[in-house]
Design a protein around this ligand. Structure first.
Ligand SMILES: O=C(O)C(=O)C[C@@H](O)[C@H](O)[C@H](O)COP(=O)(O)O
Ligand SMILES: [Zn+2]
Length: 362
């Protein structure tokens, strides 16, 4: 078992990474300053696999559990789902000290986190991420949100969990598409700030894809440490945290335009990273050799690096205007400038973006 600390003063917490941790959820959560009632939020895929075990562990620690299942899919990360969860929380008698516990991937974590942030103006929140993407990214850092038909994560808050418990055993039930999706965010950490990790990934990708436990544990720990350092520096994305958005300016536009759920978040981020990489080359900020290493690693991880023809460039650019990094109509991109370094590029000209999308078509 390993631990990564995220130091945010009174909002600091631990990320615990290891095998068989779901069975310890009760003991770990009961040790936090929380009341007895727990709303365990999961989905119809993860619930049947793990909710029973987690509920037993919580009950064994003297907690009273209400399980709330939402359907599986990005399209359920919606205000309609929050309404249902508020109702479940209220009928179960949750008060201000009761905890909301998210058991699942990024959709469940973001949705349950948003409910925790807003129910009675905020109740304790614990993340039990069960996908690679959630273990390396979405469960850490406190961005919670739901989607709006006009854009991804448009309605949300910064609301830190009190604890993150990443049980690596859950990755053995992950389907291949979800595993690869998580790798898009993993590769992102290497590109934006950790050349050594990027090179390690180039050399050890086969072990990761084969789900070798030591390789996975290393990937999760390195990813969480990288993310923790950025979040500690800039919790509410006033500056440096925007670097974690590499691939997301175009990625979110792709997700919204294609319809939420058509591509996984990681697939969209991979395509968006390809667009940002092409932009970096066009603007003379990134060498072709570095660009080839980025797209090469994404491809070897089984991720898409070309933008499908059915998503028109003009529509993608229009969708980018709804991005949270767009201020006063000026679109911001995160540009890789070398392996291990990226910069925030505000006021990106639409003409350059369109050319980068064309370059990322093939
Ligand atoms: O934690 C962050 O900060 C990130 O940007 C991580 C992203 O991978 C994640 O998808 C995030 O939810 C996107 O944030 P958004 O503010 O662009 O919605
Ligand atoms: Zn992301």
């Amino acid at each position: 078992m390993s631990e990564v600390e995220i130091n945010l003063g009174s909002r600091s917490y631990r990320i615990m990474i290891g095998s068989s941790l779901l069975d310890r959820a009760g003991e770990l959560i009961a040790g936090l300053p929380v009341g007895r009632q727990v709303l365990l939020v999961t989905n119809t895929t993860v619930g049947p696999l793990y909710a029973g075990r987690v509920a037993a562990s919580l009950e064994g620690a003297g907690l009273t559990v209400t399980v709330a299942e939402v359907p599986d899919g990005e399209q359920y990360k919606s205000l309609a789902s929050t309404e249902l969860l508020y109702e479940r929380a209220f009928s179960a008698g949750l008060d201000r000290r009761s905890a909301v516990v998210a058991l699942g991937g990024g959709v469940v974590g973001d949705l349950a986190g948003f409910v925790a942030a807003t129910y009675m103006r905020g109740v304790p929140f614990v993340q039990l991420p069960t996908t690679l993407l959630a273990q390396v990214d979405s469960s850490v850092g406190g961005k919670v949100a739901v989607n709006h038909p006009r854009g991804k994560n448009i309605i949300g808050a910064f609301y830190q969990p009190s604890l993150v418990i990443a049980d690596t055993d859950t990755l053995s039930t992950l389907n291949n598409r979800e595993l690869r999706s998580g790798l898009a965010e993993v590769i992102k950490y290497g590109i934006i700030g950790d050349e050594q990790f990027f090179t390690w990934l180039e050399q050890n990708l086969p072990q990761v894809l084969a789900l070798k436990p030591e390789a996975l544990a290393y990937v999760i720990e390195q990813s969480c440490s990288n993310k923790a350092r950025v979040v500690e520096e800039d919790e509410t994305e006033q500056g440096a945290r925007a670097l974690l958005n590499l691939g997301h300016t175009a990625g979110h536009a792709i997700e919204a335009l294609a319809g939420f759920g058509r591509y996984t978040h990681g697939e969209a981020v991979a395509m968006g990273t390809a667009v940002a990489t092409q932009l970096g080359v066009q603007l003379g900020r990134l060498t072709l050799a570095a660009a080839d290493r980025i797209t090469g690693l994404l491809r070897r991880a089984g991720l898409p690096t070309t933008v499908p023809a059915e998503l028109a460039g003009a529509d993608l650019v229009a969708a980018m205007h709804g991005d949270k990094k767009t201020v006063g109509g000026a679109i911001t991109f995160i540009l890789p400038v070398k392996i291990g370094q990226a910069v925030i590029h505000p006021n990106t000209a639409e003409e350059h973006i369109s050319r980068a999308i064309v370059a990322a078509r093939t």
